[in-house]
Design a binder for this molecule. Sequence first.
Ligand SMILES: Cc1cc2nc3c(=O)[nH]c(=O)nc-3n(C[C@H](O)[C@H](O)[C@H](O)COP(=O)(O)OP(=O)(O)OC[C@H]3O[C@@H](n4cnc5c(N)ncnc54)[C@H](O)[C@@H]3O)c2cc1C
Length: 856
Amino acid sequence: MKSHVKAVVIGGGVVGCSVLYHLAKAGWTDIMLIERSELTSGSSWHAAGGFHTLNGDPNVAKLQAYTVQLYKEIEELSGQSCSLHLTGGVMMADTPERMDFLRLAHAKGRYLGMDTELITPSEAKAMFPLMDEKNFVGAMWDPVEGHLDPSGTTHAYAKAARKLGAEIVLRNRVVDLTQEADGTWNVVTEQGTVHAEHVVNCGGLWAREIGRMVGVELPVLAMEHMYLLTEPMPEVEEFNKSTGREMIGVLDFKGEIYTRQERNGILLGTYEKACKPWSPVNTPWDFGHELLQPDIDRIAPSLEIGFKHFPGIEKAGIKQIINGPFTFALDGNPLVGPVQGLTNFWCACAVMAGFSQGGGVGLALSNWMVHGDPGFDVWGMDVARFGEWASLRYTNAKVRENYSRRFSIRFPNEELPAARPAQTTPLYDTMLANNAVMGDSWGLETPLWFAPKGTEPKDIVSFHRSNDFGPIGEEVRATREKVGVTEIANFAKYEVSGPGAEDFLNRLMTNRMPKTGRIVLTPMVNEFGKLIGDFTIAKTGEDRFMIWGSSAAQKYHMRWFEKHLPKDGSVRIHRFDQTLVGLSIAGPKSRDLLQKLVDVDVSTKAFRFMDFREMAVGGAPCMVNRITYTGDLGYEIWMAPAYQRLVYKAIKEAGEEFGLVDFGMRALLSMRLEKNFPTWFRELRPIYGPFEGSMDRFIKLEKNDFIGREASAKEQAEGPKLRRVSFIVDAADADVMGDEPIWAKVGKDYGTVEKPHGYGAPRFDETGKEVRGSKAAEGASAVRGIIDGEWRVVGWVTSGGYAHYVQKSMAQGYVPAGLAEDESAGLFEIEILGHRRPARINVEPPFDPGGEKMRT
Ligand SMILES: Cc1cc2nc3c(=O)[nH]c(=O)nc-3n(C[C@H](O)[C@H](O)[C@H](O)COP(=O)(O)OP(=O)(O)OC[C@H]3O[C@@H](n4cnc5c(N)ncnc54)[C@H](O)[C@@H]3O)c2cc1C
């Protein structure tokens, strides 16, 4: 065993072996994998070996597609078979709602280049004759599904990595991790200490324990999982013989079960409601190649549905029930990337579908370690996406909820109840008393909308407009015409101070920093000129700045800020989290309202648009920004939590004469739509350049050499390939939710569009024909312009909804830049729940296009 290496990967499951392979392939060959026992000794050896490309997050789906097409490569390099069976599979819908869900997934697949198809239950039965098709209303076919040999696949990664020069050390547990002052690691093992620049936690069932070695409690929990294997079935053999094909994989939403052919019988797995965590506090180090005791009672309700839906299986004898543990994060997606607050400590754990995701995880992580960027939009699996609130018990509650709803529909207006309320502001009880429907915003309870007095404050979940539609409209109209107040505690807030603060921010941000007492809006880009942040920054004093940003990105942004802090201590950064809370007032009467609450002049001249002041509001010391996300006259007021009730009460009392209303996050998001304002993580993500994101006026290329300036200058010089645009959609009773395909019928060539940063834009071959399916997943690097005047998918929706004040259904999304200014009718259609609705680009925002209202 070497004593010094560039990187140590801890754990020889499918994920660790994939990370090792990808690091070696990227050129880091001085690397070592250390495994406690034998390869596959965690959950990898007893996996059911199924794989598929579909995922709720299109970016994760993209990495799953990569994983599937990688197997051929590692088989060839290693000489080890993965026993790949690419059978294809169907998802079965038993209700119209589930069929709507499949329509959405199918539409998403269009711009991802997936070859899914909506089919009838009878068509599904023809490929899986054991089902009773009368239980279903429809299905979706995906050809890129199948199963493999988990052990062979793990060994194929390992052998391929070894061939490229990586070392694998077996039967050697890592017992401790200590860090040197220069940030390098001592990996203390049973066989001695290895010194490494980087450490990767691929500990699977023990990832939590490895995290604890470095003082981190990772939000990951193992769950027991059961699947059964039947005796050989004559129907299966007969089907194979008569068709020459294997039976396909089937996923049944209602029963939360999956099933496929295994040898001459059937494998059927369950995600049962009465699920059970395994070793919820500590994972025993002596857990070996063991299975857990099956508990047939626990899966009986799922089996009952399974046997009804697939009567052919009920008749077969059960040969074996496998029960084994595997790990999940709160939302079921992996935890990947560098851990904020630590140097060179990386994670690739909580991978619940190692055989669908392991390749993509390995690729993204190795890119990140070797090139400083994952090369894909990996937010959906970034370890930074959860905050401190994701404690051991919180994780336990959320993982159980996620497991038990593994194949359930999540409606766009559905808030999940487990582990709530976690964080609350001092106004929580007041908001409940006001009949607020609360939502979870990065672990914080936040008012979404206010139900009319006498009605139950509860969402009726739906893909269509629902019971919040009327009340949100009222909130918007009252705010736009008079004045409204809303809680904004869920924004991220930071203070950057010290003699180097201004230079530091100038280096990180694309816009110039403001003068004292002024505010700027500014994106942040990485070295590759991709958007990694969007902030409001106020200069609050000499060497002191306040920053506001996206709540969910707090750890993501802190990681970036810390990475770039000067070593000389000239800059300090503080994240407030919930030690600073806020209220926003907006609407034409908001200035009159504020004036009643303060003892300073807040007239237009004295307190201009984009001014910042510290002032007492209702007697409480506050920071006030003259800016609101509603795009109207308005203010953001920030205070310590101890003052929030006082300020809110003062606003409510003073606001009575102006007709003040409470409004929630959904009204706020509706109002930003009619201003064409983008949101972070929907419109603005690390797959887009700032000019693609239509953030041109905030990019000051001439100001200084900020990070990403060169790449941004190139983007501007060459012209952005894509462009963020707003649409007005001729919708019926459902608005866009995000990720819908945008169709266009154009008779002109708008040029060649490069595929955005690993993302699945529609792809075309040399003749202009759209490339679909596995060929597309392999990924042509460019999108050809459309020249033949046919309807084609040219882009995708990022978000949208109903803009209540202008009474229009609106959507934002990306289209090729050559089409972005074309406002003609009849050019675009947006697919909502399977129906293509006419849509028109709206270059100027429909509400207050000149922006006079916010400036008055
Ligand atoms: C019953 C069942 C069915 C499943 N079916 C499927 C399926 O059909 N498709 C699919 O994609 N996934 C399936 N899975 C999930 C799949 O098994 C996991 O996603 C995958 O195994 C995770 O791999 P991993 O490498 O992250 O973790 P693990 O396989 O747990 O590997 C972690 C490794 O790290 C080692 N290790 C831990 N700590 C240390 C230490 N301190 N020092 C040295 N070594 C250490 C362990 O010994 C272990 O070998 C199933 C799981 C179960 C239980």
